[in-house]
Structure formats: C-alpha cells, structure tokens
Design a protein around this ligand. Structure first.
Ligand code: PHE
Length: 342
C-alpha cells in the first residue's frame, strides 16, 4: 500500500492527479480510511499495532502529498518566471506628446497680458439672440452692417415670428452681457469663437476674436492707445511698436478707429515694429452712449473704450503662418512644421 501511494505521488504530473491520489488514500472512502474503520473489529493487542502502523502510513502519505504539492508549485513558478521574463534595462518606447493648439496658446498669451493690465475675462454664449448681437450694439434691423456680417441664423419653428437667434458674428455682445451683470466701472476682455459665412485663405466660417472693454469715469482714447501699444509690445516681444489709428466707423463706437501696426515683409518674413508697411490688427473706439444705455450703464456718468481683434490673425502674424484654414484642419504634419506638436 505504502509503495503504491508514494510512487504514485512522486510520479504525479499536476495538482489534479495529486488530489485524486489524496482522495483515493485519505478521503472519506479512501483505502487508508477504510482500513482505519476496520480497527474497531480487532482485538485490543492487534488493534494497537495495526493502528500505530496505519497512523504512520497516513502521516507519511500526507507529508509526501504536501512535499509534492510544494514542488509542483515551485516548478510552475519557475515556468512563469521563464516565460514572463522582462528586461527592465531596455530603453522605453518614446511616446508622442500632445501639445496645446496654436490658437489656444495665443489666447492664453493674450489673456495673460491683459490680466497684467487689470482686465478680467468675461464670457458669453456662441448662440446669441438678435438683440445682443445687433440691437443692443446700436445695429438696428435695417442697418447695413447686418448684411456685412454674413450671419448664420438659427432655425425657428414655423409660425414663430420672433427674430431668429444667430451664431454670434463678433464678441461685442459680451460687452453688453458683462456690463449688465457687473455694471461700471468695468475692465474685461472676452476671447471666444465667432462665426461668419466666409471662406478663403484668410477667412474661415468659424474664427476667434478677443473683445476688450474698459469703462470708468474718465477713460479716453489715450488710454486705449496706451493699452494697445503695451499689448502689442508684449505680444510680439519687441521693444517698441508703432500703431496707426485710422478713422473708421462701427455702430457701437463713436469715434471709431481701425488700428494698424508698423511692419515689413523681408523675404517672406514678417517683421513687426519696423519697415514701411502697415497691417490692420483691430477695430476700436469709444463705446457709444446708446450701447452703455442698452446695457444699463448711465452714459452721463460713465465712458470708456472697446476694441475687438482677430486672435487667429494675431497667431498668423506672430508665427508667420500664411493660411488661416490650416489652423482648423487638425493636420499633425502642419502642427509639427510650426512646432506646435512633437
Ligand atoms: N466687433 C467689431 C468686429 O467684429 C470689432 C470692434 C469691437 C470694433 C469693439 C470696435 C469696438 O469687427
């Protein structure tokens, strides 16, 4: 009996075979267990000798089972260590890193520069009511400026004759919203997406503007000029800039001015701050009294300036990017070429 089990155990190939052997020998109906039960029918002298022998046998088989089980587990572990071997000294595989989009980056730069001058950030919805986008900004329904904006209109349900909402054509409606919620004095910029039906090398149907608004007791065009010069020096990283204010017209400012920056093109390379060329960068002016009124600010007590500039355009100028459309095509080769992705 002993030889049979010990040989069987030493030859067992896996834990299942081992368990079968354990049940056959020591299980409830196992050979050894049955023999133990037979002890009851023996006379005392016989029983003592046989009992002791059986117990010894049981212990031996039990020990052999445990030893074999441990050996099998060791072998299995060795096998795993061999197959799951890992060379921790191998160099890692380089991972491409995502980077911030040029427009987001430029927006952050602009926001930081104006924050230094005390401007907080204001926001408004991209789907805007006709009133905020036009009326409140002194652009009446028949005003020709409405045509110039190439507006995207939202659909209304049949029979609803209210003026349709629009995709905001500029960030200027945020002027109204900011003054309504914060009152005067106020100093904010409002960067964000705007929409116009237009598409060529320098226009996309969606683009980005940043609005500026400063209202206080005695703010003038002189303050506007200083703020814009300060901004341009900082943004284009040059010691001095020269800005040219050209008389212009916007319904929401009076007087109004378009602002150009002195620059030159040398061998396809744009240089800001020198040369004999001018590049238009923004529209601006003193906020029209009707606009203040529409936003609940008393024009007898308060006055100030507003400006609006194209963020994508500023990014093109700063990084020498010729085609605006490429900004929104998500072409990694393009982003890498301009150093915006790795
Ligand atoms: N909203 C004007 C535009 O989209 C820019 C502007 C803003 C002009 C504020 C004057 C004052 O062109």
């Amino acid at each position: 009996l002993k030889g049979k089990y010990l040989e069987g155990i030493s030859g067992a190939g896996d834990e299942v075979a081992l368990e079968d052997l354990r049940v056959a020998a020591l299980g409830k109906k196992g050979e050894i267990s049955l023999k133990m039960r037979e002890l009851g029918q023996m006379d005392p002298a016989e029983r003592q000798a046989a009992g002791a022998a059986l117990n010894r046998l049981k212990d031996e088989i039990d020990a052999a089972l445990r030893a074999k089980k441990a050996a099998l587990a060791d072998a299995a572990l060795d096998e795993r260590l061999k197959s799951e071997w890992l060379d921790v000294t191998l160099p890692g595989r380089p991972r491409r890193q995502g980077t911030i989009h040029p427009v987001s980056q430029v927006t952050e730069e602009i926001t930081a520069i104006f924050a230094d001058m005390g401007f907080a950030v204001a926001e408004g919805p991209q789907i805007e009511s006709d009133w905020y986008n036009f009326d409140a900004l002194n652009i009446a329904p028949e005003h020709p400026a409405r045509q110039e904006h190439d507006t995207f209109f939202m659909a209304r349900e049949a029979g609803d004759n209210r003026p349709p909402h629009v995709l905001r054509t500029h960030t200027s409606p945020v002027q109204i919203r900011a003054m309504q919620t914060q009152g005067a004095p106020i100093r904010v910029i409002a960067p964000g997406r705007v929409y116009r039906m237009d598409m060529d090398q320098t226009h996309t149907p969606m683009f980005h503007q940043v609005e500026g608004l400063a209202i206080d007791r005695d703010i003038s065009m002189a303050n506007l000029k200083w703020v814009l010069e300060e901004f341009c020096r900082s943004f284009f990283e040059v010691d001095s800039v020269e800005l040219r204010f050209r008389a212009s017209h916007f319904p929401f400012t009076e007087p109004s001015a378009e602002v150009d920056i002195r620059c030159s093109w040398e061998g396809g390379q744009l240089k800001i701050g020198e040369g004999d060329g001018w590049m238009e960068i923004l529209g601006s002016g003193m906020v029209h009294p009707k606009v203040l009124q529409a936003a609940g600010v008393n024009p007898d007590d308060w006055q100030g300036f507003a400006f609006g500039m194209g963020i994508d355009r500023l990014a093109m100028l700063k990084y020498g990017i010729p085609d605006l459309r490429a900004f929104f095509e998500s072409d990694l080769r393009w982003l890498r070429h301009y150093g915006f992705a790795s």
